[in-house]
Design a protein around this ligand. Structure first.
Ligand code: PEP
Ligand code: MN
Length: 336
């Protein structure tokens, strides 16, 4: 952190600030130009708010050099984090696809889709048991019954299950039964929920908020990590812009940007990111090409009858063909 002082700052004032920073455990260095005087602070400044300096009238401005997140930062941990659940890996060189319906609707539905996506090469099964819906009258998922159906699907296919936790009321059930706990876009900044989920120490899929910056996403990950979780997957799922042709605007630049800033794996959700099934394939392939560590895709055996997000769900057949194209893009990227 660099503190830029006003030209009229007196030696006494500068000394008092220097002493206060030394007392907080920072190394303080004077940086003097012809007409400028700055103080450089070395040490872990992630917990030091810039507002602290507002009460020093002789401080002109403050520049943060270090990111406000630490545990999520690549500076702190240079090597890629790899998430491993039941022998299935995601992160680093381990590209993986999470696939399944938006919501679990029945045993027959989830079993049929789980078997199909597994055959096509998916590494994880998704399915909402608790659904965050804009309308209070819409289908909100089967709740704990949905979780039981996901467990049956896991038993039959061996695929680890990924499902969204909406409320701290179900922390115990999720801690026991869910392999990767999803925190949805609407809860990305629900800090009390993040704190409680972090304490479980389980893998978490953290989706980017509808209007969140990448630094805000990383700070949400930092909440989970500061509370004890070190297995976090970040997910770009589209953000709100002025564009109405798609449900959201899928920000593919987020992937390489995040991968420079963090060691955590970054995946893409082209289903919520676009809102239309026919856009899922092109955007999946584009996500692979920009280096995503994985994808999360909504697949439904009868999209027209889906209780949630049928318009953006692809059929198992389309998923099968997409997985082959994903393989081809990945091979093209790695061959000389
Ligand atoms: C979902 O994955 O079903 C979902 C609701 O996603 P998001 O939180 O990104 O809207
Ligand atoms: Mn959905």
């Amino acid at each position: 952190m660099i503190i830029i002082l006003k030209p009229e700052a007196t030696p006494n004032e500068i000394d008092s600030l220097r002493t206060s920073m030394l007392e907080r455990g920072f190394v303080v260095q004077d940086i003097k130009g012809e007409s400028t005087h700055m103080l450089g602070l070395a040490g872990d400044t992630s917990g030091l708010s810039q507002e602290v300096f507002a009460r020093y009238e002789f401080v002109e401005s403050v520049m943060k050099v270090q990111e406000p997140y630490k545990l999520a930062s690549r500076r702190f941990k240079p090597d890629d984090t790899v998430i491993e659940v039941r022998g299935h890996k995601l992160g680093g060189d381990n590209f993986a696809v999470i696939a399944g319906p938006c919501s679990v609707e029945s045993e027959e539905q989830i079993l049929s889709i789980a078997k199909d996506v597994k055959l096509s090469g998916a590494g994880f099964l998704r399915g909402g048991a608790f659904k965050p819906r804009t309308s209070p009258y819409a289908f909100h998922g089967l709740g704990l019954d949905g979780l039981e159906l996901l467990k049956i699907a896991r038993l039959k296919t061996g695929l680890p299950i990924v499902t969204e936790l909406l409320s701290p009321h179900h922390l115990r059930e999720f801690a026991e039964d869910v392999d990767i706990i999803q925190i949805g876009a609407r809860n990305m900044q629900n800090f009390s929920l993040l704190t409680e989920v972090g304490k479980l120490g389980k893998p978490v899929l953290l989706k980017r908020g509808l209007s969140s910056t990448l630094d805000e996403l990383l700070m949400a990950a930092e909440y989970l990590m500061a509370n004890g979780s070190d297995q976090i997957i970040l997910c770009e799922r589209g953000i709100r812009t002025f564009e109405t042709a798609t449900r959201n605007t899928l920000d593919l630049s987020a992937i390489p940007v995040l991968q420079r800033k963090t060691h955590l794996p970054v995946i893409v959700d082209p289903s919520h990111g676009t809102g239309y099934w026919h856009l899922v394939e092109p955007l999946s392939l584009a996500a692979v090409a920009v280096g995503a560590n994985g994808l999360i895709i909504e697949v439904h055996n009868q999209p027209k009858c889906a209780l949630c997000d049928g318009q953006q769900s692809i059929t198992p057949e389309v998923f099968h063909s997409l997985m082959k194209k994903i393989d081809a893009v990945r091979t093209a990227l790695t061959s000389n």
